[in-house]
Design a protein. Structure first.
Length: 369
């Protein structure tokens, strides 16, 4: 049978066109998939911006300047100062440790991953403020008793403290270095300030009864260790200084190194910390026995549902039988503002009271950011 040239030519073209069309289709599909993945990652990172106007500008940047895809090459997304920086390159870790240092995708957003930037989707680069410990104000904090002894030793007049005072805590952290030495470890700086203000004590000129300052440095690594009932998320090694900034017999301070492990499961989270004091010599030390009352570690448990959060923090020196318990309940009010109730029982609600036992109950507001 003889085939004419006019019949063979379309057939040859068809044999060439089909593989070419297949390559173009798969290339376009691959580019589209890559494009969607990058857009989805950018959308997640826009959502992490705390400032509403910056978050809106970030979304506008994605809609007004879409990513251009040519073949299998995807052009860079528009750079904007309001957008988080792109995620860092994967750290260099041995394959046997890579799984342990990589968080698995979860159905719900991990709060610990957001707070400690444990995965690529939550990373915001360096020198960005993150929450550390709770930030709150107790407009009225009632204490069962007042520790007047330290003030009487410092000045003959002493201070006649009211049982009701205003108490607040400010706390933040920021990342100083990301992926130290090309490992998954990040270096953080944290700061917490807690003040006890006799705001309603007009007779004594409303003094600040006590303020505690606590800077710290932390090395934090992500972990992915499922244990069934709970999943380990991170490990932190830290060094912390805490002081009340006073002199003479009013001075209280100590330095510690600690290890902290964080874990969570759905709405439940815990953080367990063990510390070692570094300056426990009796010479020139006004609180050499502080660990007798504050122990050698603490455990924090929390549970969240429908905007409510219940928390409890406990510490105990089992040998001396001293310690303290703090309870908290935060409930929605508006946006990031929550109502807050806090109860405390035991030793060491503040440094000046480290060896003084009391019970207190306060009400105010807590801020999330």
């Amino acid at each position: 049978m003889t085939v004419s040239a006019s019949t063979a030519l379309p057939s040859a073209r068809l044999h060439v066109a089909l593989p070419l069309a297949y390559l173009l289709f798969t290339g376009a599909a691959h580019a589209s998939s890559d494009l969607e993945q990058r857009l989805e990652q950018r959308l997640e990172r826009c959502a992490l911006l705390g400032d509403a106007s910056a978050r809106l500008t970030c979304y506008d940047g994605l809609t007004k300047a879409p990513v251009q895809a040519v073949g299998s090459d995807v052009a860079a997304l528009p750079a904007d100062l309001t957008q988080p920086p792109p995620p860092p390159a994967p750290p260099l870790v041995p394959p046997q440790f890579a799984t342990l240092a990589t968080l698995a995708p979860a159905a719900s957003i991990s709060r610990m991953a957001q707070w400690w930037e444990l995965d690529n989707a939550s990373k915001r680069g360096v020198f960005n403020f993150r929450p550390h410990r709770d930030t709150y104000i107790l407009l009225a904090n009632y204490s069962s008793s007042s520790n007047l002894a330290p003030f009487e030793e410092f000045t003959p007049a002493g201070i006649k403290a009211n049982h009701v005072e205003l108490m607040y805590q400010l706390s933040f952290k920021m990342k100083l270095l990301e992926q130290v030495a090309q490992t998954p470890v990040d270096l953080w700086f944290g700061y917490t300030q807690e003040s006890f203000w006799q705001a309603y004590n007009r007779a004594a000129s409303s003094p600040f009864r006590e303020t505690n300052y606590q800077p710290e440095l932390m090395l934090t690594a992500p972990f992915n260790i499922p244990l069934g009932v709970i999943d380990i998320r991170y490990l932190t090694l830290g060094a912390v200084h805490q002081s009340n900034g006073q002199t003479s017999t009013m001075s209280r301070s100590w330095n510690r190194v600690y290890a902290e492990i964080g874990a969570e499961k759905d709405r439940f989270a815990l953080a367990f910390r063990l510390w070692k004091r570094l300056d426990n010599a009796r010479s020139n030390n006004d609180n050499y026995d502080i660990t007798d009352y504050l122990g050698h570690g603490d455990l924090q448990l929390s549970y969240r549902v429908d905007g409510h959060e219940w928390s409890v923090t406990g510490r105990r020196n089992f040998k001396k039988r001293h310690g303290g318990l703090q309870f908290g309940w935060a409930f929605p009010v508006r946006a990031n503002l929550k109502g807050y109730l806090q109860g405390f029982s035991g030793y060491g609600q503040s440094l000046i009271d480290y060896n003084y036992s009391q019970k207190s109950l306060g009400a105010g507001f807590l801020v999330e950011f």
